[in-house]
Design a protein around this ligand. Structure first.
Ligand code: FES
Ligand code: FES
Length: 171
C-alpha cells in the first residue's frame, strides 16, 4: 500500500528495515527533514502523521506508515505561501543555522494539535480543567524534545507563542 508523502502517493521501500527518515531523505530526496542523533534524542527528524501527530522519523520504519499521510517541512507551504509558523520563525529570528528548524516547526504544529485535543503534559497543573493554555511552562515542556545547538530558543519560543498563543482545547 502506498504512503502519502506531502500529498503524493509513493511506494514504500522493498526493504522493511529502512527508517522513515532514510526513506524521506535518501529515497525521496526530501532533505528538509534532518538527521541529527539518529536515536530519538534531538527532534531534528520530526515529521507529521495524518497532519497532526508528531513522530521521530529516525525511530520509525517507513513500512509502518503504509496507507498513512506523512507531512514534512516541504509539505507545509502551499501556493507560494509559507505556513504561518514558518513566517513567524522568520519574523522572530527563530533560527541561526536552521538545522533544527524543520523539526521544531513540525513538532510545534503537532504540539498545538495535542493542546487542542486536551492532552496533558508533565507540567499540566489541573488535569480536570476544560482547556489547557499554551503558557510559558507548557510550551517549554512540550517542545523540550527539540534541541537547538545554536541556542535560538528565545526566537523559537516567541514564534511558536505568537502563532499558537490562543490554543486551548475543551476536554
Ligand atoms: S535524528 Fe531523530 S531524534 Fe535525533
Ligand atoms: S538554529 Fe542551529 S541548531 Fe537550531
Amino acid at each position: 500500500m502506498p504512503i502519502l508523502v506531502n500529498g503524493t502517493e509513493v511506494e514504500p521501500p522493498a526493504d522493511p528495515r529502512v527508517s522513515l527518515l532514510d526513506f524521506l531523505r535518501e529515497r525521496l530526496e526530501l532533505h528538509g527533514t534532518k538527521l541529527g542523533c539518529n536515536q530519538g534524542a534531538c527532534g531534528a527528524c520530526t515529521v507529521l502523521v495524518d497532519g497532526s501527530e508528531r513522530i521521530l522519523s529516525c525511530l520509525a520504519l517507513a513500512v509502518q506508515y503504509e496507507g498513512r499521510a506523512i507531512t514534512t517541512i516541504e509539505g507545509l507551504s502551499g501556493n507560494g505561501e509559507l505556513h504561518p509558523l514558518q513566517a513567524a520563525f522568520i519574523e522572530c529570528d527563530g533560527f541561526q543555522c536552521g538545522y533544527c528548524t524543520p523539526g521544531q516547526i513540525c513538532s510545534a504544529i503537532g504540539m498545538a494539535a495535542e493542546i487542542r485535543r486536551g492532552v496533558p503534559s508533565h507540567v499540566t497543573a489541573d488535569l480536570a480543567a476544560d482547556s489547557i493554555a499554551l503558557d510559558h511552562d507548557e510550551l517549554r515542556e512540550r517542545m523540550s524534545g527539540n534541541l537547538c545547538r545554536c541556542g535560538a530558543y528565545n526566537g523559537i519560543v516567541e514564534a511558536i507563542r505568537e502563532t499558537f498563543a490562543s490554543e486551548g482545547a475543551a476536554k
